[in-house]
Each structure stands twice: as structure tokens, then as C-alpha cells.
Design a protein around this ligand. Sequence first.
Ligand code: SF4
Ligand code: SF4
Length: 426
Amino acid sequence: MAKWSRYNIFIQEDKSNGIYFNTRTGALIRLNPERQKQLKIPSKMPHDLLQFLLRQGFLVGDDIDELELIAYTHESARKNLDTFSATIELTEACNFKCLYCYQKHTQNHMQDQVCENVIRYLSKKIKKLRHLHINWFGGEPLIQLKGLKRMSQKLKNETNINGCSFSQHLTTNGYLITQSVAKELAVIGIKNVQITLDGDEVSHDRLRVHASGKGTYKKVLSACKYVVDANMELLVRINVNRWNVQHIDSLLSDLVSNGMSSTNTIIHATRTVNHGNCNDAVSSAIYNTKEFAETWINILEVISMYGFNLPSLAPTAYNCPFDLKQTIMIGSGGDIRHCSSSDESIADLTEAGDEAGHTNLYQTVKERRPLDDSCCKECLYLPMCMGGCSYLQELGEEKCIPERHILPKLVLLSASQANNTNAERR
Ligand code: SF4
Ligand code: SF4
């Protein structure tokens, strides 16, 4: 016998059709009125429909506990030690003074001794890995391009010797990317570059100011073009807040006019977070998660209208990669940090290349489980959220994903984008 999944939601699409979505499997089906009638009486359901719904996870066997399936998915990710991912803060220095930045900028770069410790630590890991992923990070990492290249080469050699694949991502403000730097980055093996653009020139230049006080938009937009011209994937991050929400349409228009499209660019619109150091004016421009979600749906419509892809509604094995021990952020002083949004140390790296001095916060961040929280256990969105963001929880903010506030609208938008794509293919 079968029962309905606890993770089904039904959304009325129009007068006759409805959509069924399952948050545990990410399955989405459109049902005409005839099919909707058949679903009402499971005992009379045609065999082929019953089997289909079981395969898609809308129905599950009577003896299945879906919470156990979710816990199993999470534990499997924790036990998968084939891949290791490190975000490396090459420097604390930055040439920008963004109004919401959480970092305390100094002129400190990662010292040679620390670089050696990091290489030693990663070399030990590489021996047991199939894949190593590095995210070069700062401050502004391109201030330390020489150091980046040196470490990248060493890690490339180590991974080659040990038959381990190697990928690299760069998070940069883009200001130092010229055409030749972009080519150099591609030659080093960087596959994707994340650059933040906080709306069009008016809003970006207000929020992401150069340390000299000048605007940065034009240079950063050119950097985006150089990145895609050098055949690297571009990830444009937009930190959404009340100051730039009306300026995203014109940013997308600028991106498209400069050659960015869904084939080379991913748009990631996310909430600006107050890390506790914003002044009153900036704080009042920041949305809470629910307010952001209600705005986000309109932004996603615009993103879709410009032909860029929407974020996936697929289930996940963990809320954030930094929940896992095999994803770490290494600070420029050689300490292990909570995540890339926080400069709080949770452990150290020794000269011998080992982790040491794990704090209580390390245990809280790396050992928590999606079913620990009784609210999450009952939550329809658990398979997409896996217990929320530990950093936001530490800040005392809502830890839930924005999707929970607007999921029916998101599902309808995804279904319509899929329809349009299919129509184009036909
Ligand atoms: S570019 Fe990044 S590190 Fe630099 S001030 Fe802006 S948010 Fe901070
Ligand atoms: S953090 Fe919030 S959205 Fe996520 S599972 Fe828990 S209650 Fe649900």
C-alpha cells in the first residue's frame, strides 16, 4: 500500500490545471481536471498513474519514513570524503569600501609560512581525495594575484601527482580584472568567477564604492565581459536591498547588452545581510527574509524575462557546504573560519598541516543535523533547506530559506520558464 508524501504541495495554476510539487524529490507535474479527479480516490487510481506517482515521490510506501530518508541523504553527504573544498582568504586588504562589508580590512596578506601550512594541510588531504576544489577569496584576492598563482601551481602539481582532479573558483569585486588578467586566470585553470554588481551604475556606485571614493560600476561591468570572453563562467551576485531593488532591471539590461546570457552567466540575487556593522541608514535599507522573499519573486520574474535561468527548486543534502567538515574557509592568518560570511575562527591549522584547537562553535557548525530542530522536523521545506543557515542563527536572525515564504509562486514561475524553454525548443 502507498500513502501520500508529507512533502507534496498542490498549486492551482489556472481555472482548470493544477501543479503538484514535491519538496523532497523536486518533482513537478501538471494535472488536468481529469487527472485531479483520479488522484482524489487513490484506490481507484489507474496502475500506470500510481506507479508514476511512486517513482516521483508524490506517493511513498506505507512503511517509508520520509524523515529517515532525509537524514540518510544528509549523512551520505557527510560521509562522502571524495571531495574537499577550501575557500582561501589570500588577503585582508581590499580596494573597495562596500557599505555592508563585514570584514575588517588591513594590509595583511597571507604570509609565506601560512601558505606553506595550507599547502601541507591540503597535500595530506589530496592523497585520499578524488577531487579538490579551491575558492580564491579575500578581501580582494586579485591584490595577491602572484600568491594565488603560486599556490594554484603547487596544488595543481600535488593533485596531478596523486591522480586527483582539481577545480578553482574566484570570488572577486572585479575591479582589477583587465582583458589580460582574465586570460591569465583562465590559463591558471579558473573555471568560474563570481563578481558582485549591486544594481545599475546609480545603485552599485552608492553601495560598492572604491576605497578612493570613486564609483566602480563601469570597470566591474567591463570585467564581466572579459571573464566571459576568456570562456570562464560568470556568476553575477546581486545583494538585494531597498536601495537597489528598483535598479536591477537596468543592470540586467546592461549585462545582456555586454554579451552576458544564460550560456555564460548565472545570476544570483540574494539578500543583503547586516553582519552587525552597518550604520543606521544601511541597516534600514536591509530586508528581513520574508520581505526579501516577497521582493525576490518579482526580481526572479525579471531575471527570467532577460533569459537567465532561475534558481533550482531541487532538494539538497545540506543547507550550506560549510555545514560539512569537508568544506572549510581558511583565513589569511591560517585559522579555520565559520564560513565565507564570517571572520570568526573555529579552529587552527598547525605548521605540520593539521587541524587543531576546534572551538565549541566548530562543533555547533559542523555537527548539527537537519532533524535536530523540532520545527524543522515538521517543516514542509526541510528537504530544500536542511535546517537553515547556522551563521544567521548565530546572528539571531531568521535562519530559514526565503523559498519558504513564496514557494507556490516560485513553482509557478519555474513551470512557466520550463514551458517557454520547451516551446522554444519545439
Ligand atoms: S569588495 Fe568584498 S571584501 Fe571588499 S569591501 Fe566589498 S564586500 Fe568587502
Ligand atoms: S530552517 Fe526554517 S525553512 Fe528551514 S527547515 Fe527549519 S523551519 Fe523549515
